[in-house]
Design a binder for this molecule. Sequence first.
Ligand code: PLP
Length: 365
Amino acid sequence: MLTAHAVIDLAALRHNLARVRDYAPESQVLAVIKANGYGHGALAVAEALSTADAFAVARLEEALKLRKGGIEHPILLLEGVFDPGELGVAAAHGCEIGVHSMSQLEALERAHLHSPVTVWLKIDSGMHRLGVAPEQAAEFYQRLQKTPSVKNVVLMTHFASADEPETGQTEAQLALFNQCTQTWQKDLRSLANSAAIIENPEAQKDWVRPGVMLYGASPFADKDAHELGLKPAMTLKTRVIAVRDLKAGGSVGYGATWQATEDTRLVVVAMGYGDGYPRHAPSGTPVMINGKRYPIVGRVSMDMITVDIGDADIKEGDQVILWGDNPTVDEIAMLCGTIGYELLCNITTRVVYHYIDSENPAEVR
Ligand SMILES: Cc1ncc(COP(=O)(O)O)c(C=O)c1O
């Protein structure tokens, strides 16, 4: 019987891609599968999302793993190559390349690639992390057009606050991007991450770049995945390894941070920060056992979590759901002062991955 394991439902991934297409019917989909497919297993995600138009990763090594696994779609390196020596490898493996800096532009100008590459020119419309300043964009664009190693240019930018529409920052970034790129009408454009796909249809343009919504998590703090029509793809599970009675006044775990106010029963479950469950999850964070939610109590340790079950009839071996449909990863993240993205990415190698297809149960791998 499995202890800590992550069940990934390939049908949920496909469902979420279909939702992206519902939200952005006119756009091509660049599915963002960096950081091991947001912790879901990049290769399995790419295979499940084979109807996506292209994939995006952050680093060349991530793209090479996908190629080795047989993925033939276009793959974009969102941040481009980090040194000029990587250009030839990236091009030889059919990668498309982000360009956000002068050194990357110059490397492309000097390169002698066997076949020219598609370049995604990243314009900094206000996030101020990566990207070419709007006033430099024309120079970059013109030089890229003249570079023999460049096949064509896609114009892109990234939003800083698409998940906080009330700030107005997305509209300001969109306006600046539109103004800066208005003379280059023939070129394709890409702006929208998950939050903008849902919240800013006018930002969808030619290519949308969904990440978190593909995995069935919400990009917004105040809207949950179900409300957005998304299905959580990962269920993080384990089982009960001990049932203990605790007297009123007794405490549990490191630092004795929680004390029973009355006689109660605790279960110990095989899951901890050594599996990627957040150590800072406070007492009260829910888990699901036999269809009912119970609060974790005391500190999360490396391998174990304690749960107050009151007088419920729960036995050793019973299954525990840490996140999935209920509670969602976003709910747990909120209680821990973080975002679902981080929890999904933090699953460690000790957790066993199990892939299912809830629409085709025979297809389990
Ligand atoms: C450039 C870029 N585009 C798109 C995404 C996808 O964002 P999200 O997961 O919020 O949809 C990311 C993720 O960080 C990104 O860095």
